[in-house]
Design a protein around this ligand. Structure first.
Ligand SMILES: [Zn+2]
Length: 448
């Protein structure tokens, strides 16, 4: 790495700052007119990149929100390296396994499935829902998930939550927020209510036919969507007895995906049945959510396009438990679908993994409880995925799926300091992820 050569005098505070940076590699230089906030993490075991082996006894130097150095040994900064106005904090994680923040590509931060779900949602004001989502967002961050993709919420509320967290008003993960586009009567439209309520609650991004779906996609992006969520097949939890087969027509899928890509947005498609998975993949979708009944053709299409499968095994597991439990709140239509689909998800996932499909970690939390996100890793492991590949899916692959590999996914100079730590190595025992004890997001410590 090249060093900066310096010839400066006399010593103003500016040149003093420059002198400091002369001692650091050029790539680590960040000019700060004001005092900088240094943090030095001493990591017993450090996994900088989940596709490589962990390093022993390393230091991470962080200035403000970014990593500026990854160095062997337990580094201490000399007085010449920092300004008197800078703050330096040493974080002792010598007895811990340290890695990049986890990323969950499928959550619903606005709610949590349960018996009170429906009655509560009708009683709560938008402000109530906003408070509740802030609570769930914090729980998610505390579990070590520093970035999430929210794939289904009331759009203006999730955009507000995303922006409030980004501004530092609230503690929570970085949110990539979706705008949903769905067809009339499909999964993604409102259901199970009186006609008056259905009319009132129908979103303006429900569409029919390619041109209308093009309008709906552009509208979602106009109002703040980072990613477009579509539902190419029916869903388990829509109370309509409409099955889990293909619901969006091929021309609608193509139009939504083309319109989104033209405006620089990716598209995630909820899909269970093979024909819906395959139609979305042929239309150029970026990720398939659930993918419960992927067939031979799906595997071929996944590999041709490089699209990701986001398995959400935890949702499958949760709905099966709920459907079988006594006094459950599900209607008969939902119960039958839950047991059928939930049981099949894990086998289908194991097969897709063995065939070499790209996998990005995602839970559908909101179906399961927020903060339990890492349980997905245990289910992925049970389905035959290696611990290392699970960590790759929850870091490097997540970053790639949201198009943020240049700033997230690994611990490297110049990237965001999203760092977590646990006592045990998840490479040796995957359930170590269930007990994350230290969380830093963009250089700020949220849990220790
Ligand atoms: Zn979902």
């Amino acid at each position: 790495m090249s060093q900066l050569s310096c010839r400066t005098s006399p010593k103003t505070s500016f040149t003093k700052a420059l002198t400091l940076f002369c001692t650091l590699p050029l790539a680590t230089m960040i000019f700060h007119a004001q005092a900088a906030d240094y943090k030095v993490i001493h990591a017993g075991e450090l996994l900088t990149d989940a596709s490589e082996k962990p390093l022993q006894q390393y230091s991470l130097v962080i200035i403000d929100e970014k990593i500026t150095e990854v160095k062997k040994g337990y580094l201490t900064l000399s007085e010449q390296q920092v300004l008197s106005t800078d703050t330096v904090e040493y974080i002792d994680l010598k007895d811990s396994f340290v890695m990049a923040g986890l990323m969950d590509m499928h959550v619903h931060l606005q709610g949590e499935l349960g018996p009170k779900n429906d009655s509560e949602s009708l009683r709560m004001s938008d402000a109530d829902v906003a408070m509740k989502s802030a609570y769930f967002a914090n729980k998610t961050l505390m579990a070590g998930f520093t970035t999430v993709r929210d794939l289904g919420a009331k759009p203006e509320q999730i955009y507000a939550l995303r922006d409030a967290i980004a501004k530092g008003w609230l503690s929570g993960p970085r949110i990539i927020a979706s705008g949903g586009v769905s067809v009339t009567g499909g999964h993604g439209d409102v259901d199970g209510k009186s006609p008056d309520l259905l009319d009132m609650l129908t979103s303006k991004t429900i569409c029919d036919g390619p041109y209308d779906c093009r309008r709906a996609t552009r509208r979602a992006i106009k109002y703040g969507a980072d990613v477009i969520k579509i539902t190419s097949t029916g869903g388990v939890l829509s109370d309509t007895n409409t099955g889990t087969g293909q619901q969006m027509a091929n021309d609608e899928l193509k139009e939504v995906i083309d319109a989104a890509h033209a405006l620089g947005r990716k598209v995630a498609s909820h899909a269970h049945a093979a024909e819906g998975i395959n139609a979305a993949l042929r239309a150029g979708v970026d990720s398939i959510e659930h993918g419960s009944y992927a067939n031979k053709e799906s595997i071929k299409l996944f590999k041709q396009s490089g699209a990701y499968l986001v398995p959400t095994l935890l949702a499958g597991d949760t709905v099966v438990q709920m459907a079988k439990s006594k006094g459950n709140f599900m209607s008969d239509a939902i119960k039958a679908k839950a047991i059928r689909v939930g049981n099949d998800m894990q086998n289908n996932f194991g097969n897709a993994y063995k065939q070499g499909v790209n996998i990005a970690f995602g839970t559908d939390s909101g179906v399961s409880r927020h903060g339990d996100n890492a349980k997905e890793a245990v289910l992925m492991h049970q389905a035959g995925m290696s611990n290392q590949d699970i960590l790759i899916s929850a870091t490097i692959n997540g970053a790639d799926l949201i198009g943020m590999s240049d700033s997230l996914g690994t611990l490297e100079t110049g990237k965001q300091a999203d760092v977590i730590a646990m006592k045990m190595s998840p490479l040796r025992q995957i359930d170590a992820l269930l007990d994350v004890q230290f969380v830093m997001k963009s250089g700020a410590v949220h849990k220790r």
